[in-house]
Design a binder for this molecule. Structure first.
Ligand SMILES: Nc1ncnc2c1ncn2[C@@H]1O[C@H](COP(=O)(O)OP(=O)(O)OP(=O)(O)O)[C@@H](O)[C@H]1O
Length: 296
C-alpha cells in the first residue's frame, strides 16, 4: 500500500464534507476517485496533501516513506489551474523538482526529459504567462510529475486540453504507471475512468459508497446478457428475450438452459448474418448513476 486513510472526517461549519472514510491506495496502480460535485473528493485530496488536517482519523504513507516529508513523495495536479507567472518554463520546473528534494543534476535531467516528452522544449525559455492555456496546463502537469513522485494525484488532468494533448498526456500517465508510480485520478469523465483505472473509489455526500477493482465491478453489474450484432433484424424466438434493440445491435438474455452454442446454431439456421456476439458490458456511467441514486 502506498497510502492508507483511516476513519477520516472533515466538517466545514454545518457541511460534513468527508464522513468516516477508510481505504488504501495500492502500490503501482491507477485508481479513480469518482463522485458527483460536492462528494468530498477535493477535501479528501487536500487532507492527503496535508493542506487540511482531518477533524478525526489518520492519513499515513506506505512503508519506507517518511511521513514528515509526505509532500516530497506526492505529486499533485490540483483542479484549479494557475502557474501564471513571469518566470520562465524551465526555471519553474527546476524549482519544483528541487523543492521535492531532487539534486541539481537529477532535477535538470527530469525537467529536460518531460519538456521533450510533452513537446515543450521549444518554449523552455518562455515566460509561463505568455503560453497558451493548454500549454500552461501541460507545464503544470509536468510540475506535478517532474520529481517522479511515488504517488501522483491528478485532479481532472485532461480538462482544457485538445485531443492531441489528451492523447499525449494519457501516454505519459501510462508510462509513469509502467515505471511503478501509483496514480490517483480524480475525474467526472466516466469514459476516462473506464479506460485508465484499475481500481475505483466512488464517493457521495462525503461517504465512500463503492470501491474495488474496476473489472469485477463492471462484470458484477453487467448481468448475463449478450449483445448480438446481425446484418438482418434479429427475429424474436423462444431461445431468448429481447431486452433492447439499436439498429443492428440487439441486447438479449438467453432463456434458462439455453447455451451460446444453441444461439449460434439458431442464428446460422436463420441466416441472420452474424457480425459479432459478445457479453454486455454496462458503462461505468450507468453504475455511477445507479449507486449515487441508491445512496441519495
Ligand atoms: N473550504 C471550505 N469551506 C467550506 N465548505 C467547503 C470547503 N471546501 C469544501 N467545502 C464543502 O465540502 C463539500 C465537499 O466539497 P469538495 O470540493 O471536497 O467536493 P468534490 O467532490 O471535490 O466536488 P467537485 O467534483 O465539484 O470538485 C461541499 O459541500 C463543499 O461546498
Amino acid at each position: 500500500m502506498i497510502l492508507s486513510v483511516e476513519d477520516v472526517s472533515k466538517t466545514f461549519g454545518a457541511t460534513k464534507a468527508v464522513k468516516q472514510v477508510s481505504f488504501s491506495i495500492p502500490e503501482g496502480r491507477i485508481c479513480g476517485f469518482l463522485g458527483p460535485n460536492g462528494a468530498g473528493k477535493t477535501t479528501l485530496i487536500r487532507m492527503i496533501m496535508d493542506i487540511y488536517k482531518p477533524d478525526v482519523g489518520t492519513v499515513t504513507l506506505g512503508k519506507g516513506l517518511e511521513d514528515a516529508k509526505r509532500k516530497n513523495h506526492i505529486g499533485y495536479l490540483p483542479e484549479e489551474r494557475g502557474l501564471y507567472t513571469k518566470t520562465k518554463v524551465r526555471e519553474t520546473l527546476l524549482y519544483f523538482a528541487r523543492l521535492k528534494g531532487l539534486d541539481a543534476a537529477k532535477a535538470s535531467e527530469n525537467t529536460d526529459y518531460f519538456l521533450d516528452r510533452l513537446g515543450m522544449t521549444p518554449v523552455a525559455d518562455t515566460q509561463i504567462e505568455k503560453l497558451s492555456k493548454g500549454n500552461q496546463q501541460k507545464i503544470q502537469f509536468i510540475s506535478a510529475i517532474v520529481s517522479r513522485p511515488r504517488l501522483l494525484i491528478l485532479d481532472e488532468p485532461f480538462s482544457g486540453l485538445d485531443p492531441v494533448n489528451v492523447r499525449l498526456v494519457s501516454e505519459v500517465i501510462r508510462e509513469l504507471r509502467q515505471s511503478g508510480i501509483s496514480i490517483v485520478l480524480s475525474t467526472h469523465q466516466m469514459g476516462q475512468a473506464e479506460t485508465f483505472c484499475e481500481q475505483i473509489f466512488l464517493f457521495n455526500k462525503g461517504e465512500l459508497i463503492l470501491s474495488g477493482e474496476l473489472e469485477p465491478i463492471i462484470q458484477q453489474n453487467s448481468g448475463g446478457s449478450l449483445i448480438v450484432e446481425t446484418e438482418r433484424e434479429l427475429a424474436a424466438c423462444d431461445l431468448f428475450d429481447i431486452l433492447e434493440r439499436e439498429e443492428r445491435r440487439t441486447k438479449i438474455e438467453l432463456k434458462p438452459d439455453i447455451t451460446t452454442q444453441d444461439l449460434l446454431h439458431w442464428l446460422a439456421w436463420q441466416s441472420a448474418g452474424l457480425i459479432s456476439l459478445q457479453p454486455y458490458r454496462v458503462p461505468l456511467a450507468d453504475i455511477f448513476i445507479r449507486e449515487v441514486a441508491a445512496h441519495g
